[in-house]
Design a protein. Sequence first.
Lengths: 434, 434
Amino acid sequence: MASRLRLKKQKGPKGYLAERINRANSVAIGRLFSVEPTFVDVETAINVIPGITKHTILHSGTPIEWERMCDPMKRAVRGALIFEGLANDDKEAENLLRKNSIKLSPNHNHDSVGPMTGIISPSMPVVVTKDLTYRKKVFSTFNEGGGRVLWFGSFGKETLSRLKWIREVFGPIMKKVVAKAGGISIWTILAQGIQMGDECHNRHASSTNIFLKSIIEPLFSLGLSRDISLQVYRFIAGNSHFFLNLTMTSCKLALDAAHDVKDSTLVTAMSRNGTDFGIRVSGIGNRWFMAPAPYLEDALYNPGYDFNDGAPDIGDSSIIETMGLGGFAIAAAPSMAAFAGGGFEDAVRITREMGQITVAKNQKFSIPVMNFEGTPTGIDIRRVVESGVLPSINSAVIHKSSGAGQIGAGIVKAPYECFAKALRAFGSVYRLAA
Amino acid sequence: MASRLRLKKQKGPKGYLAERINRANSVAIGRLFSVEPTFVDVETAINVIPGITKHTILHSGTPIEWERMCDPMKRAVRGALIFEGLANDDKEAENLLRKNSIKLSPNHNHDSVGPMTGIISPSMPVVVTKDLTYRKKVFSTFNEGGGRVLWFGSFGKETLSRLKWIREVFGPIMKKVVAKAGGISIWTILAQGIQMGDECHNRHASSTNIFLKSIIEPLFSLGLSRDISLQVYRFIAGNSHFFLNLTMTSCKLALDAAHDVKDSTLVTAMSRNGTDFGIRVSGIGNRWFMAPAPYLEDALYNPGYDFNDGAPDIGDSSIIETMGLGGFAIAAAPSMAAFAGGGFEDAVRITREMGQITVAKNQKFSIPVMNFEGTPTGIDIRRVVESGVLPSINSAVIHKSSGAGQIGAGIVKAPYECFAKALRAFGSVYRLAA
């Protein structure tokens, strides 16, 4: 299959096409490396996210209609409608959705990203991450933490009260904190995090600690009551994934900067809605190249759960791997090796393999145990198709039907089919196909 | 030399002696593993440190008279006398010392430890670390941070004002913080730190962050003014070595628990005063086996300084290597590899070599990149003498004469001579020598 798909003229006289593509990819990767994502503000979704209305619910992955959504995403959408006061219960929510009274739309179409179900509803406070180089902004929710939470497709009374607290207390305070801090550079924190055992997807423990350090002073200088300041502090300190959503907005900023470069074969997004897995390619516009969302085969499950309980892979968070972090940087987080086969060498092997399908090393994020080699960055669809090496994504598993939320974590491979389709489309767009 | 020193009966019928020693070492290491060091209190040195008087200055390393002290330690002692109000200037301090009006005594003789010059004077606040298993307490100062500071043998106006602030503001507040926290487990923090790139001697960045996390709530709940709370916070957050002194007290607690085990050949302290390097051995009581303090040959110097500017190795902090951390755990901190020859493999090689001279692996501190192997712990003088492999210590370099303070950092090897002397003494104590 690989050879059939190889772009014919790539091997032609003087390798003209390959040169053109390589040049385009260099331009794209140069743009990716030059972004400076900074957490600059907190706003209400409806006030800043382009195209969102009072009756819009944003979700992770590629576009999908209500009926085809997986169970956990459906639960999260219904929960968001109740949170917005558009429905009083699941049944009312379901009715609205069946009548098409609610617009469901993917985050990526609205300069946004969200982990797992990735739900963003109009009244939620969102982090505003701005790229100081190209001035674009990308949005995401605050990470809700563990337990019964929308991002894990779980909903209950405590979900609602936590979301309300985030909207009414936490968000407004964080807006002041970020203003007082004068903006917080995300790459600076991740560069340290990766020296401290984070791969910056499934493990953000160190990055979250460093983030905490950078907000303590502004938080406790705001003139708030001690109790409220400590509540805010505790919410962040109690969730080692807190920084995840900020990482995701930053990765999207970098990949968006690399998008729409003519002739470029670089992947600029990988995303999943729990039903489909899609990728976008820099030189082919905003089309998604899709395949069924895979199940996590290499995962560790919480007691009482196994492979048969898991929903297919879900979330915009694979934007992190598209950026060369997460699964691509797993050697930086040997504590994740349990998912990779057990040993540190397995983690290094995966990071090395990702080097085969990427075009550059990102020296901003250097992996200590690989002698500070940069993270393998810039997935080239040609290399994936030719090598058969698939992007390795660190992910979580949520229950497929019970609303139990997270039941495990592990590794998943992006489907070959997406890259094969993208390469065919690339050939056809540039009139190069066999 | 090695073979001449080997204990004769070790190879005798049934290896009786070797068995007896190994059994004793197992007992000692079992005691070492069972301590639970906890930061429980802050007190004024004179109120808690056994044997300290108003005219005592404690210092690092083995016992040493004023005349033989290295220049940076002399500067620190004079500074401490000025801080205590016993002298108005260097000259008056010098006179007191020449007249023998001041008792100089090593920390180790007073259940205490201190990094570099290791100065503890009577009015300083000290951390009280208690072993919950054997109930012993060990003391150290708060780490002063960078710049002109006593621990680096540097003294000026700002040294004095910082020491006074620590005594009058910081210490009393930390006493309340620790009480409110209900004690802070040190191993728990170091176990996480070592998963996050700390080797727990020259690098404590993650451990200090985790410590910060554990005191934010008590600190900001004390009812102090916001400014004062933030001052305290800033002092810790601005010093990535803050946790060092707490690590040292804990290592001493563990090694003291392993001390005085009959027949044991385990090293229970390595310490240096900037002139001499000394070690103690579990089965031979409190004698120090000494050699000249070595210079750091593998070090990186601040701009403008080189090998010729450095004082000999100094400080009680090698208690950390005696515990199997620091240089012994350097593979856990690849960012320290620059000192080890440059590459990650060099760091792993050093940790593996330390495995040759130690009797156990400490699973409490597992090294992620070595597939979670425990840190090599329990230096056996027999193994050092037989193999010629010397304990590798991560250390700092301070200026030998100018009072400039720290000028570099690097690796130093414990002198062979100390171990050879100790092994001879062991033979003679147990009447086993040739």
